[in-house]
Design a protein around this ligand. Structure first.
Ligand SMILES: Cc1cc2nc3c(=O)[nH]c(=O)nc-3n(C[C@H](O)[C@H](O)[C@H](O)COP(=O)(O)O)c2cc1C
Length: 133
């Protein structure tokens, strides 16, 4: 399958367990319909999400995500063609940030924006290995 892989980061607005549960339940309801899979790494200071699937589905989802008022300062970090998914069986895997090796201070200073594509993908590779199919 060819498609798009996209990673963005944002700043949670009003982060709490109920909000996160709401986001994940919407993602898990919608994503299978559009052939989208991925992972959402979440911490009080940052969301880092990888979404992968058919290019038009990814573009449509990202434009909805951009308008969502549950987070701020959404920034695209990586968008590339992919022919192999990292999370083939996950409508949306969630990870409460143990895989995120940047500190809150690093994130605030722009570490994610400065990271190379390989460095950005690294926490997602760890996650996908920790949750094999
Ligand atoms: C951090 C974050 C991640 C999200 N991830 C997804 C997702 O993977 N899939 C999805 O459909 N909506 C996701 N959303 C929600 C969308 O912004 C939007 O609210 C939703 O797609 C609208 O779907 P609905 O019309 O079925 O309510 C996310 C929102 C946030 C704040």
């Amino acid at each position: 399958m060819t498609g798009t892989r996209l990673i963005y980061r944002s700043q949670p607005f009003g982060f709490d367990a109920a909000m996160l549960a709401g986001i994940l339940s919407t993602a898990r309801r919608n994503n299978p319909r559009w052939g989208i899979t991925g992972a959402l790494i979440c911490r009080h200071d940052v969301y880092l999400q990888l979404i992968e699937g058919p290019s038009d589905s990814i573009e449509a989802l990202y434009s909805r995500i951009l308008k969502d008022d549950r987070h701020l300062d959404v920034r695209l970090l990586l968008q590339e063609e992919m022919n192999q998914r990292l999370f083939p069986t996950w409508a949306m895997l969630d990870d409460e940030a143990p895989s995120l090796f940047w500190s809150a201070e690093d994130v605030a200073k722009g570490a994610l924006e400065a990271a190379s594509p390989d460095t950005l993908l690294a926490p997602f590779l760890l996650l996908s290995k920790a949750h094999p199919d």
